[in-house]
Design a protein around this ligand. Structure first.
Ligand code: ADP
Ligand code: MG
Length: 347
């Protein structure tokens, strides 16, 4: 057996971490997971793990001593933690990117500054609510930080309802609700010199949580190329190393608007495990560990369904066919709307 020496540290131990670890295992790379939750799927697959607050400097120092380089599976790992580690050891993608993308206001401002279109938005702190542009409604108010799976979002049909609402002491943006035709995502992996991306995935959300993703997306070849170009522009401008995802709305008149950027592997790319020659996870590991990226090549059409909360119980006893791949994340606690597993069907 080839000796495993190089150790990759991974912050976060959720299902994204689990799939990253499995890809690293395949490439004979040792992994060390740092997670703040005992109920972390990745800990069963990695070589070592620490369960601790992300703020514990002693634990962080021990982690740093035992890894060659660090990455993360989730953008809401505290910036201070990643920055502390980056001062001593290489972190990919660079934590300064997280600082921009953890903050919806900075993220959209950055996108607009490089000529990429987003929904119309305002920073609530900086506007007179009573004078707010009526055209923004119907609108969504989103917390600037720490939102995922629709958490921290409130919908307002009109200004009257908006003015009645009392906001907590947090920072928010308000953005126009888009009556979109569809949602797609582009997953791109970039190393120091080059990038490769998957064709668009078509995504359907229910209650702001991804319900299913499919490939190929039912869009024109032109829109697919355009979306890939936008993703490449973002990755290049950020000098991004690793896999990232750009989520888009396609408007009724076939224009692309970027909804958000996930600086990590993404739920819409789970089907790459079964439908392609290389998964988004493997290319992330390759990019951060300085191994040659693999150009994605799709072998099958595929649909991925997320399995939330109690639904996992039904799937656990269900038979699967040879074209179906069921993944149970092995989370101990079943919570309403919690992502518990997924099923990919290939065609
Ligand atoms: P999260 O960080 O929780 O993923 P998103 O901003 O991506 O937040 O919102 C989740 C989903 O909610 C989107 O994929 C989309 O379906 C819906 N959504 C969010 N913002 C808008 C918007 N401005 N117009 C229409 N739908 C939206
Ligand atoms: Mg999103």
């Amino acid at each position: 057996m080839k000796k495993k020496t190089f150790t990759l540290g991974i912050f976060g131990g959720g299902q994204l971490g689990k799939f990253l670890v499995e890809s690293a295992n395949k490439l004979n790379i040792r992994t060390f997971v740092f997670t703040d939750s005992a109920d972390s799927p990745a800990i069963y697959y990695c070589d070592d793990f620490i369960i601790s607050s992300y703020k514990d400097k002693k634990k962080l120092d021990f982690f740093i001593k035992n890894i060659d380089l660090a990455t993360f599976e989730f953008e809401n790992i505290p910036f201070k933690t990643l920055d502390y580690v980056e001062k001593k050891i290489n972190v990919s993608p660079n934590p300064s990117i997280i600082k921009t993308l953890q903050d919806r206001l900075k993220e959209k401002t950055f996108l607009n500054s490089i000529g990429i279109k987003t929904t119309k938005f305002y920073y609530l702190k900086k506007i007179n609510k009573k004078k707010l542009d009526n055209n923004i409604f119907p609108a969504l108010v989103k917390t600037i930080r720490l939102g995922y799976d629709g958490k921290g979002q409130v919908f307002f049909k009109n200004k009257i309802d908006f003015l009645k609402y009392s906001f907590k002491n947090k920072e928010y943006i308000i953005e126009k609700l888009i009556n979109f035709k569809k949602e797609i995502s582009i997953i791109i992996s970039r190393d120091k010199s080059k990038s490769v991306s998957f064709d668009a995935f078509e995504n359907l959300h229910k209650n702001q949580i991804l319900q299913k993703s499919q490939v190929p997306a039912n869009i024109s070849a032109k829109l697919n190329v355009e979306a890939k170009k936008i993703a490449k522009k973002i990755a290049d401008k950020l000098n991004y190393i690793g896999t990232m995802c750009v989520e888009f709305f396609i408007t009724k008149d076939n224009k692309l608007l970027v909804n958000e950027i996930a600086p990590r592997v993404h739920n819409s790319g789970h089907l790459t495990i079964n439908a392609h020659n290389v998964s988004q996870f493997e290319n992330h590991i390759r990019a951060v560990c300085n191994l040659k990226l693999k150009k994605p090549n799709r072998f099958h059409r595929a649909i991925m369904y997320n399995i939330l909360g109690n639904d996992i119980k039904k799937y656990r006893s269900k038979e699967t066919t040879k074209n179906e791949f069921f993944y149970d994340y092995g989370k101990k606690e079943i919570k309403n709307k919690r992502k518990m597993g997924h099923l990919t069907k290939i065609f």
